[in-house]
Design a protein around this ligand. Structure first.
Ligand code: A3P
Length: 266
């Protein structure tokens, strides 16, 4: 009996919740869930299973850092990195300033993918909820299509510029969301280095699941993402693609310069 009491007391002391050392701040539909899932198998990482929405929520933010800490997963003594993901942070105007004030040393992870594919993915998610939604081509043929959120978010430079007012570039790690699908271990290697944890998640930990449209899964129970990830995308017309290519070429150029990255799709 005594040993049970002692062991439960000691686990209370050692298993605690910590404010995050790292946050995946976005971008929505670029593979944020996949990255978090893969990182969660690392023995030094405690990953939150839900999106917390602290900095961007008028309801949660006034509850303060104690509330935020309490939403975090319990970390054991080996887990010295706690991480959460809330992709909406990237586009939320208030978040960069709030985050810089409350967690100035936090490491930021930003996943970016080809903005055309990201826009289609965002569209598919909305269409799933609203069956009568027009086609993607219909939207892009409208006069003010650049104001449509799935399109606007893909001009990543607009949002990144806001973050760089509060955080130095070295504090942000950029993940190539296209490579995360094809060679996830390469992206994981640099994320693990950025987080200062061992290179634990490697190529042999992945397999490609043909039932999941060829997306990578991690070798462990429930190692694939659920049915809301890796959805079928509609084909879009050549005209739509050209219009978007033209729109995003300037945004991508600005992004390359701001972030000092050169992903193949940029
Ligand atoms: P689709 O479902 O449109 O293909 P997020 O988690 O940020 O919402 O991103 C969702 C996207 O992550 C998916 O969009 C998919 O393309 C991509 N993705 C990246 N790696 C994945 C994986 N291992 N399994 C499933 N989807 C993955």
């Amino acid at each position: 009996v005594l040993s049970t009491i002692l062991s439960s007391l000691s686990s209370e002391v050692t298993n605690t919740k910590h404010l995050p050392q790292a946050i995946i701040i976005g971008v929505k539909k670029c593979g944020t869930r996949a990255l978090l899932k893969f990182l969660s198998v690392h023995p030094a990482i405690a990953a939150s299973s839900t999106e917390i929405h602290f900095f961007d929520s008028p309801k949660h933010f006034p509850l303060g850092l104690d509330w935020y800490r309490n939403q975090m997963p319990i970390a054991d003594t080996k887990q010295h990195v706690t991480i959460e993901k809330t992709p909406h942070y990237f586009v939320d105007k208030r978040t960069p300033k709030r985050l810089a004030r409350l967690l100035p040393d936090v490491k930021l992870i930003l996943i970016l993918r080809d903005p055309i594919i990201r826009a289609i993915s965002d569209y598919v998610q909305i269409k799933n909820r609203h069956e009568s939604y027009p086609t993607f081509d219909n939207f892009v043929s409208m006069e003010n299509f650049t104001k449509w959120t799935p399109i606007r978010i893909g001009c990543y430079a607009i949002y990144l510029r806001r973050w760089l007012k509060y955080f130095p570039l070295e504090q942000i790690h950029f993940v190539d969301g296209e490579n995360l699908i094809h060679r996830p271990w390469e992206e994981l290697e640099s994320v693990q280095r950025f987080l200062n944890v061992s290179n634990h998640i490697r190529e042999e930990d992945f397999y490609f699941n043909m039932e999941k449209r060829g997306f990578p899964c991690i070798r462990q129970p429930n190692g694939c993402l659920g049915s809301s990830k890796g959805r079928q995308h509609p084909t879009i017309s050549g005209q739509t693609r050209e219009k978007l290519k033209h729109l995003y070429s300037n945004c991508n150029l600005q992004l390359k310069q701001l972030a000092q990255i050169d992903f193949p799709w940029l």
